[in-house]
Write a protein that binds this ligand. Structure first.
Ligand SMILES: Cc1cc2nc3c(=O)[nH]c(=O)nc-3n(C[C@H](O)[C@H](O)[C@H](O)COP(=O)(O)OP(=O)(O)OC[C@H]3O[C@@H](n4cnc5c(N)ncnc54)[C@H](O)[C@@H]3O)c2cc1C
Length: 405
C-alpha cells in the first residue's frame, strides 16, 4: 500500500493486485488490533542496531528518506492522531488499526491507484532481463497484465491466512534471486513439559530468563513472561525466539526462569528462612500463593515434591532448598518454536545483496522492485517491522515512478 501510494504520488499510473477481497488484512491484526505502527527511534543508527543483524545496514538509505519521524508525520498529516507509549512504541491515539489502514486507503485513492481485489498473482513473464507481464487469476479467469515496472510486496510466510503465504519467494527465485530460507521469527516457544498447560494465561511481570545450551548461558533477558498452553510467549520471549530457533538446530536448549530476580541464591535463602519463621503455622501452599500466582505456587510445590498442606515449621531443610532452587531456576526444555501460523514475522527472504538499497530495485531484473517483509529483514517487536515495510515501500514506490521518467 505504501509502495503503490508513493508510486502514484510520484507520477506513475499504478495498479495494485491484492488476492484478498480487502486491503490490510494483517495490518488490522497488528498490535492486538491497535497497530504499533512504528518505533519512536529517530536515530537511524540506533534503529538499525536494534535489528541486531549486520545486514540491517541495508536500511540506512530508505530510513533516511522515510524513517520513523517521516512515518509519524505521514500519518499525522493525513489526520491520524498519534501517541507514543512506553518503550517508544507508536500507536494511533484511537487504539484502532483500522484508522491506520484508513489513512493508507485514502492515500491510494488520492493518488488514483487502481485496485483489483481477489486477484491472485500466479507468475511473471520475462523477456531478457525484464518482466513483460504478470499472470493473475481473477474470478476463475487467468489473465495477463503488462506494465513497465513491477513491485513485489507479498510479505513473508507468517499468519498465511492473512494472505502472506510466501508466494513471492518462488517468483523471486524463478526470476534469478536467491532466497535466504524463511523461518518463523517473533514466535512463541513450545516446551517439552506437558504440565505447562496448567499455567496457561499466567503473566509474570518481572522474571529473568537464561537460555542455556550444553551448560552454557547463551543469552539472558529480564522482563515479562506469559505462560501459554504449550509454553511461553510475551514480547520478551518473542524477541528472543529467533535466537532460540537457531540454537535448537544445534541441540537441546533449556530455559532457566529466575522467578526471584531481585535476590541472589544466598539472599533468597535468608528471605525464605525469615518468612518461614514469621509464618510458621501457615501451610506452604498458602504461603507461596502469597508470593506467586496460586497456580504457579502449586506447580513449584509439586515439582519440589512437598506436601502442599505441610505447615512451614515442618518443612525440612532439604525441602526448603528444593523450593529455593526452583524459585531461582524454574527449568523448561525447549521443543521448538511455534510455526508460521503463530509467528508474527518471517526471517529470511530475498537476499539483500541482490537489491539496490537506495531504490529497492532488483540487481537481476531491471524493472523489478521489492518492499516489505519479503526482504531478508526482520526486527524485534515494537513497531520495527511495520517501519521496515513503510521505509522500503516508500523507496520502492518512489523509484519505480522515477524509472519511468
Ligand atoms: C499478529 C501480528 C501482529 C503484528 N503486530 C505488529 C505490530 O504491532 N507492529 C509491527 O511493526 N509489526 C507487526 N507485525 C508484523 C507486520 O504486520 C508485518 O511485518 C507487515 O505487515 C509486513 O508488511 P508487508 O506489506 O510486507 O506484508 P503483508 O502485510 O503480509 O502484506 C502482503 C500482502 O500481499 C498479498 N499477497 C500475497 N501473495 C499474493 C499473491 N500471490 N497475489 C496477490 N496478492 C498477494 C497478501 O494478501 C497481503 O495483503 C505483526 C504481525 C502479526 C502476524
Amino acid at each position: 500500500m505504501m509502495a503503490a501510494g508513493r508510486a502514484g504520488e510520484s507520477g506513475a499510473r499504478v495498479l495494485l493486485l491484492e488476492k484478498n477481497k480487502s486491503l490490510g488484512k494483517k495490518l488490522l491484526m497488528t498490535g492486538n488490533g491497535r497497530c504499533n505502527l512504528t518505533q519512536a527511534e529517530f536515530d537511524d543508527k540506533e534503529f538499525v542496531k536494534k535489528l541486531n543483524d549486520k545486514k540491517a545496514k541495508f536500511l540506512f538509505s530508505s530510513l533516511a528518506s522515510f524513517g520513523p519521524e517521516e512515518a509519524i508525520d505521514f500519518f499525522e498529516k493525513r489526520g491520524l492522531k498519534i501517541k507514543i507509549e512506553k518503550t517508544s512504541r507508536v500507536f494511533p491515539a484511537t487504539d484502532k488499526a483500522e484508522d491506520v489502514l484508513g489513512v493508507l486507503v485514502g492515500y491510494l485513492e488520492k493518488n488514483k491507484v487502481e485496485i483489483i481485489f481477489g486477484s491472485e498473482v500466479l507468475d511473471f513473464e520475462t523477456v531478457g532481463e525484464k518482466i513483460k507481464a504478470v499472470k493473475i487469476k481473477h474470478q476463475e479467469e487467468v489473465k495477463k497484465i503488462s506494465a513497465k515496472n513491477f513491485i513485489i510486496a507479498t510479505g513473508g510466510k507468517s499468519y498465511p491466512a492473512t494472505g502472506s503465504s510466501g508466494d513471492g519467494y518462488s517468483w523471486a527465485k524463478s526470476l534469478g534471486h536467491t532466497i535466504v530460507p524463511p523461518a518463523p521469527a517473533l514466535a512463541p516457544i513450545k516446551v517439552k513439559e506437558g504440565w505447562i498447560k496448567d499455567l496457561q494465561g499466567l503473566k509474570l511481570e518481572d522474571a529473568r530468563i537464561s537460555i542455556v545450551q550444553n551448560g552454557k548461558e547463551m543469552e539472558m533477558k529480564r522482563g515479562e513472561i506469559l505462560f501459554t498452553h504449550f509454553g511461553l510467549s510475551g514480547p520478551m520471549i518473542l524477541n528472543i525466539s529467533k535466537k532460540i530457533g537457531e540454537l535448537v538446530k544445534n541441540g537441546e536448549v533449556g530455559i532457566e526462569i529466575d522467578l526471584f530476580p531481585n535476590l541472589d541464591a544466598t539472599g533468597l535463602d535468608g528471605y525464605i528462612q525469615r518468612k518461614f519463621f514469621e509464618n510458621s503455622k501457615k501451610e506452604i501452599k498458602t504461603f507461596l500463593g502469597q508470593i506467586f500466582p496460586q497456580r504457579l505456587a502449586d506447580k513449584i510445590i509439586f515439582l519440589a515434591e512437598i506436601d502442599p498442606k505441610k505447615k512451614l515449621n515442618y518443612v525440612t531443610k532439604d525441602e526448603r532448598k528444593r523450593l529455593a532452587d526452583l524459585m531461582k531456576d524454574f527449568r523448561l526444555n525447549v521443543e521448538g518454536l511455534m510455526g508460521f501460523n503463530q509467528a508474527m514475522v518471517t526471517s529470511g527472504g530475498v537476499n539483500l545483496k541482490e537489491i539496490d538499497s537506495k531504490t529497492m530495485r532488483s540487481k537481476k531484473i531491471n524493472n523489478l522492485f521489492f518492499a516489505g517483509e519479503i526482504l531478508d529483514l526482520d526486527g524485534p517487536t515494537g513497531g520495527y517491522n511495520l517501519q521496515i515495510a513503510w521505509s522500503t515501500g516508500y523507496a520502492a514506490g518512489e523509484n519505480t515512478a522515477k524509472q519511468l521518467k
